[in-house]
Design a protein around this ligand. Structure first.
Ligand code: FES
Length: 257
């Protein structure tokens, strides 16, 4: 489910909950009749016999309340319902604000990273990915066989073979830790439980169930545009389209990983 759909569902459920709550309040049974136990005086205007117990129905009491203006009980009830309404509305708006994709950049939007040819030569020369703080992804030139990538659904959806770039979500697919890049091994190595991924984000070892998730990359007007509105599930374990071995010592060593 996309973030937009999730936001719409939360707002919808909140409004329905509020509507049901209001219906419940309107439909709940009337309170027991109020008993006035005061004894009537012989001069009572109602003409009741002295000692008679007078019962006033809720309707009669309400009309009496209206005649006297807003009672303290009505005021407290209305304030209570208003506070609940404001709380629910606040929750719905906060959810909407949090989940709605940003138009001006950031995770959930399309992020323009820079000039494609400039980035291509810089990244190929440094052989180190650059981290994009707005979109929480690592950007790297694709170091592998485009023909092999073109046969793997995750690579096709991420447009890796055509664009020549990979944009890897930095969240480890094991339990969600941030995954840094190790400059010596040229792998991504998770410090939490030791999962390791190649420079293309392909699974190599550790408890992670698959390769790193990624985002679609397009070249638009010569610029790199990364679409972070949808996280593309990483290729399965066993996917090897690039260099299979580390190029140096690992940064993270956890026994058993
Ligand atoms: S969270 Fe990365 S290996 Fe567990």
């Amino acid at each position: 489910m996309t973030q937009t759909a999730l936001a719409a569902v939360i707002v919808g459920v909140t409004l329905v909950a509020w509507a049901l709550f209001m219906l419940y309040l309107r439909a709940r049974p009337e309170a027991a009749p109020h008993v006035e136990s005061s004894l009537m005086s012989p001069q009572s205007s109602t003409g009741a016999v002295p000692g008679t117990v007078i019962e006033r129905s809720p309707r009669a009491r309400r009309s009496g309340d209206d005649a006297a203006g807003v009672t303290r009980r009505q005021f407290i009830n209305r304030a209570y319902f208003a506070a609940i309404a404001v709380g629910l509305l606040n929750f719905a708006l906060a959810s909407l604000d949090y989940l709605w994709p940003r138009g001006g950049g950031g995770l959930g939007s399309k992020i323009t990273v820079g000039d494609a040819e400039t980035m291509r030569s810089q990244l190929a020369q440094s052989r180190s990915p650059v981290f994009n703080v707005d979109g929480f992804f690592w950007l790297m030139v694709y170091e592998g066989q485009p023909a092999a990538a073109a046969k793997i659904p995750a690579y096709v959806t991420a447009n890796t073979a055509q664009s020549g770039f990979v944009a890897l979500y930095r969240k480890c697919v094991h339990l969600g830790c941030s995954v840094p890049f190790c400059d010596t091994s040229k792998w991504f190595e998770c410090p939490c439980h030791g999962s390791k991924y190649s420079i293309n984000g392909e699974y190599r070892s550790g408890p992670a169930p698959r390769s790193l998730d990624r985002f679609r990359v397009d070249i638009v007007g010569g610029k790199i545009v990364v679409d972070t509105s949808q996280v593309i599930t990483g290729p399965p374990r066993g996917t090897v389209t690039g260099q299979p071995a580390p190029e140096g010592v690992h940064c993270v060593t956890i026994s058993g990983a």
